[in-house]
Ligand binder design. Structure first.
Ligand SMILES: [Fe+2]
Length: 181
């Protein structure tokens, strides 16, 4: 299932503006990707679930596929922030990422399955390494390699998550480096 993308919004709540400045502060330190992701996750966590973070429009889903609302793209291309909206049953492909990535659940609950690419005699194969349930308010930060996963909404209601990537996804189109079949 591919995503539908809403272009960068001009609607920026004061809370979202604050989050952008906090992320800028971390990213400008120029730390290694995994350390940056860890610190950005710490900054994101207190904003999750706050009623004044996103507008109603930024929480709208798409009946056909999970929807991506671009909330912010840093001018120098160093990071982007998106809201992903999942209606029940919607999911991503199995994929990895072009950069470090931080996710946090704003509303609902996300299911995640992680994989590892194991070398075989003919070709590498994907092996499941764990299933996780990410509850509202939980954050997770990671950096490639070793970031292969699939995410879906297994709950009865809408789920909304915030994703911060160490790349300009408005230029790249997506944070996905590779899709695995
Ligand atoms: Fe992902």
């Amino acid at each position: 299932m591919t995503t539908s993308t809403t272009p960068a919004s001009t609607e920026v709540s004061s809370r979202l503006g604050l989050l952008v400045r906090e992320v800028e502060h971390v990213v400008r330190r120029g730390l290694p990707p995994s350390r940056t992701a860890h610190l950005v996750a710490e900054r994101l966590a207190p904003h999750l679930g706050a009623g004044d973070l996103l507008t109603e429009r930024q929480c709208e889903g798409d009946p056909d596929r999970y929807r991506q609302h671009v909330l912010h793209a840093e001018e120098d291309g160093s990071f982007s922030i998106v809201a992903l909206v999942w209606l029940p049953g919607q999911r991503t492909s199995i994929h990895d990422h072009v950069s470090w990535c931080v996710t946090g659940v704003h509303a609902g609950r996300e299911h995640e399955r992680r994989f590892e690419l194991v070398p075989g005699s003919d070709a590498a194969r994907l092996v499941r390494t764990g299933d996780f349930v990410n509850e509202q308010g939980e954050v997770c930060g990671f950096a490639p390699p070793g970031d292969i996963h699939r995410v879906w909404n297994a709950g009865p209601g809408k789920a909304v998550s915030l994703h911060i990537y160490g790349a300009d996804i408005t230029r790249l189109g997506s944070s996905v480096r590779r899709v695995y079949h």
